[in-house]
Write a protein that binds this ligand. Structure first.
Ligand code: URA
Length: 265
């Protein structure tokens, strides 16, 4: 028993390393003890002979709205926003994305909505979830340094994410979650109406530009249609990747110089 606190800490460390750093309920849930889901099309099987049999398949989590219905609702809701403030208010009320239930808050934007440059990341992390502001953690600090290196700061750029709620444990958003959030970020870009769009990292470039292979596409200019006009868009490395691979910073530096040049400076 004397080891209990130490092993509890080891277990917590294990969870943290596995990315489970968010509490989503007060009571532990033994999902293996819940009944297996019953198919709607196949008649229910007769009751098992052993009543205490543990199902091999864990029960599904409470189902959010069907993804197609949520995506349709998202498209209609996003289209109805006439200003960025309205879009934020609509997102605050939108329940179609399951990530909202596990995130602490909406992370909508930072910086200057009138700026000529808009940067779009993938999804908020832990620090962003706590503060409700994009790119405020370690990668945000690096982003600030990269901006400063070309004479920009948060008063001269507008910042958002493809997905505005933190995925639990910073996991990658699922394709469905991204699809549901897509109408909101595209409307956000349309309403902010920047001259230059910068996709921070592969997932942002994939979602917004339909381009994959960040190492190959970074630093190249693409056309992005906002809905009202065509603007220039450039994918570059995500600052979180640069923290892990500092040698790649020289390429990001080139990209930011090209962005600065495109701004005419
Ligand atoms: N990474 C992102 O993609 N966005 C943030 O806001 C923070 C980290």
């Amino acid at each position: 028993m004397a080891d209990a606190p130490a092993s509890a800490r080891q277990l917590l460390d294990f969870y943290l390393e596995a990315g489970a750093d968010a509490l989503i309920g007060e009571e532990p849930v033994d999902r293996f003890a819940e009944p297996a889901p019953v198919s709607r099309t196949v008649p229910a099987a007769p009751a098992p002979s052993k009543p205490d049999r543990v199902p091999l398949v864990p029960a599904a989590a409470p189902a959010p709205a069907a993804p197609d219905a949520a995506a349709t609702e998202a498209r209609e809701a996003a289209r109805s926003a006439r200003t960025l403030d309205e879009l934020r208010a609509i997102l605050e009320r939108f329940d179609g994305c399951a990530l909202k239930a596990t995130a602490s808050r909406l992370v909508f934007s930072d910086g200057n909505p009138d700026a000529r440059v808009m940067l779009v990341g993938e999804a908020p992390g832990r620090d962003e979830d706590i503060e409700g502001v994009p790119f405020v953690g370690r990668s945000g600090k690096l982003l600030d340094l990269m901006l400063a290196a070309v004479g920009l700061d948060r008063s001269s750029v507008y910042i958002a994410n493809v997905v505005p709620w933190r995925p639990p444990g910073n996991r990658t958003p699922t394709p469905q979650e991204t699809q549901i959030c897509l109408p909101f970020i595209t409307r956000q870009i349309e309403l902010a109406d920047p001259d230059i769009l910068v996709c921070l990292g592969g997932p942002s470039a994939q979602t917004l530009l339909g381009q994959s292979g960040i190492t190959k596409i970074r630093g190249r200019w693409f056309n992005y249609t906002t809905g009202t006009r065509e603007i220039r868009a450039m994918p570059t490395f995500h600052p979180a990747f640069l923290l892990r691979s500092p040698l790649q910073k020289r390429f990001a530096w080139r990209d930011f110089l090209a962005i600065k040049k495109a701004l005419g400076g």
